[in-house]
Structures are given as structure tokens and as C-alpha cells.
Design a protein around this ligand. Structure first.
Ligand code: PEP
Ligand code: MG
Length: 308
């Protein structure tokens, strides 16, 4: 079976009726980049930077972050690399950041909220990303967006970081795409507005399902309700894809369901352009894509939107 999957390595990822689906990898550590490449990743769809900040007693310095981002970009040799800014809080506790204990951490001081409240820490990460940008095809992505105001504020801080670098005579790429995760129901519902503010969307279904269905993704007692095919979830994905395409931007999915063989076809039926999965899942997802017909999946997805 492994041999069979390997035979798909150099086959272009597209459905039988020629719909191209980009296959990217989710990674959290630089060591995983080799696995992504070995499995034929066309890019990195989600580089989770939290892990750079974990298991230590203080945040990584700008130079330390720069070295990591630079090596990721170099290893990917010009392929797109979406690096997500710090997604602290929620289930990702980083002790030295001193986030107060909260009753509802998933509804609390998390991700972009934390970064906008800790501007200096955020700016150090953005400066490191900008400096690394000349070594490859970097795209910057913000997590947990719920409003266009957050996008606006985050972009302002990027501009500040750019100004600082310019003043210091430090080089950075002029055409870095900025994207956001669509992982809250509010972001999906206003995706028509958000699509005008950014260059791409990536749907984070792990959180989108949690927030839409009101099910803590870490609570085993309610995990039986965690249904990726719930029509509420599918409608939000469909809405997001339609609004993105109307505004000429692409949509990926980087949540765990992107590698679930039953669900890949539904996501493609809903029109997503890219799937980002664990490196070890890339070839099995490609196999699935090669077997399906996009037009058929569209009809099936349409049925699922009003079925439970
Ligand atoms: C998601 O929410 O789907 C996602 C990819 O982000 P994380 O799992 O890191 O919250
Ligand atoms: Mg998430």
C-alpha cells in the first residue's frame, strides 16, 4: 500500500474532471519539513509557530525566530509557505506569557487577541518574518480573526515593523501575501467583508467546528457531537468559499478533517482550492482526489447542506 501511494508522488493533484487541488503540509517543527517534501507537499499550508515559544522560560528572540523562518523558507525552495503568527492561549498554554487562568480559555485571551494586546512581542515575530521573507515565498497568516478591525490592527503593526526595518536598512520582500484563518463563525459569516482585506483564507475546521457547534474540542464527554458534516459547519464553509472566490482569493482548509478520506470529497465539492494536511497523509489524500469527479462531489455536497 505504501508502494502504491508512492507511485502518486509525481502525479499532479487533480480530480478526474481536471479540477486542480493544491496539496500542502501542516507542520509545527522545522524537522517536519523534510517529511513534507518527501511526500510531495506543494507548499506549507500551516506552519504553527506556537511550538517555537513552548518548553522554554522566555520568548524566542527576533534572531532566533528569523533563523527558523529563514530555514523553513529555504528548505521549501520558493514553494508557498504560510506561517501563522502566534496562536497562544486556548489549549496552547505558554506559562511565561502569564495569561491569567480563565473560565473559558477558548473564548478568552487567545491568538490574535493576545498578540494585539502584546504588541512588542507580536512585532518581534513580524520583524523576524519580514526579514526571512527574502529567502522564499512567505505568506503571513493571522489566527482566530473575528472582525475586520483585528485585521486592520494587525496589518498596521506589520506596517510599523516594515518602517522600522526600512529605517535600519534591513531588506524584506515587498509582496508578502497576508491571509487569515477562518475558524470562528463570525469570520465565516462576514467573509465577504474580510475577503476584501486579505489575500487568502485558510479554514481552521478544528476551531470552526468547536465554535459553531459549541463543543469544547478537548472535552471527551461531548466529542460525540463533534460532527464535521453538520450542515451548519458545511454552510459556513460554503459561504466562505463563495465569498473568497467572488473577491478573487483562494481558500484552503488546514484543520484535521482535511485529511479525513470521507470528508475530503465534501470539501472539494464545496469548492476549496487547497488542502493542508499532516505530511504522512498527503499521498492518501492525493489518491482520493485522483479518484473523484468534482462535479459529482458538488452535487453530493449540495445535498449534505440540508441533511442531518
Ligand atoms: C484549526 O483550528 O483548525 C487549526 C488548524 O488551528 P489549531 O488546530 O492550531 O487551533
Ligand atoms: Mg485553530
Amino acid at each position: 500500500r505504501k508502494e502504491e501511494l508512492k507511485s502518486f508522488l509525481y502525479v499532479e493533484s487533480k480530480t478526474q474532471d481536471e479540477k486542480r487541488i493544491k496539496l500542502f503540509a501542516n507542520v509545527a517543527h522545522i524537522e517536519e519539513i523534510d517529511a513534507a517534501l518527501k511526500n510531495g507537499a506543494e507548499g506549507i499550508g500551516l506552519f504553527r509557530t506556537e511550538f517555537l515559544f513552548m518548553d522554554r522560560s522566555q520568548p524566542p528572540s527576533e534572531d532566533e525566530q528569523f533563523e527558523v523562518y529563514k530555514s523553513v523558507l529555504e528548505k521549501m525552495e520558493g514553494r508557498p509557505v504560510i506561517i501563522r503568527t502566534l496562536d497562544a492561549g486556548g489549549d496552547k498554554n505558554i506559562s511565561y506569557l502569564n495569561i491569567d487562568k480563565e473560565e473559558n480559555p477558548f473564548l478568552g485571551y487567545r491568538a490574535i487577541r493576545f498578540c494585539l494586546g502584546n504588541k512588542e512581542l507580536f512585532k518581534i515575530q513580524l520583524r523576524a518574518l519580514l526579514r526571512a521573507s527574502i529567502y522564499g515565498n512567505l505568506k503571513i497568516m493571522f489566527p482566530m480573526i473575528t472582525s475586520s478591525d483585528e485585521v486592520y490592527k494587525a496589518k498596521l503593526i506589520i506596517q510599523e515593523a516594515e518602517k522600522e526595518l526600512k529605517k535600519q536598512g534591513i531588506d524584506y520582500s515587498q509582496n508578502i501575501e497576508i491571509g487569515i484563518m477562518i475558524e470562528t463563525p463570525s469570520a465565516a459569516v462576514i467573509s465577504d467583508i474580510l475577503a476584501k482585506e486579505v489575500d487568502f483564507f485558510s479554514i481552521g475546521t478544528n476551531d470552526l467546528i468547536q465554535y459553531t457547534l459549541a463543543i469544547d474540542r478537548t472535552n471527551d464527554k461531548v466529542s460525540y457531537l463533534y460532527n464535521p458534516l453538520h450542515p451548519a459547519v458545511l454552510r459556513l464553509i460554503k459561504m466562505t468559499v463563495e465569498n473568497a472566490h467572488k473577491n478573487g482569493i483562494e481558500v484552503g482548509v488546514c484543520g484535521e478533517i482535511a485529511s479525513n478520506p470521507e470528508i475530503v470529497s465534501v470539501l472539494i465539492g464545496l469548492g476549496v482550492d487547497e488542502l493542508s494536511v499532516n505530511p504522512s497523509k498527503i499521498l492518501s489524500v492525493k489518491k482520493k482526489i485522483l479518484q473523484m469527479k468534482c462535479e459529482e462531489e458538488k452535487r453530493r455536497a449540495e445535498d449534505l447542506l440540508s441533511w442531518q
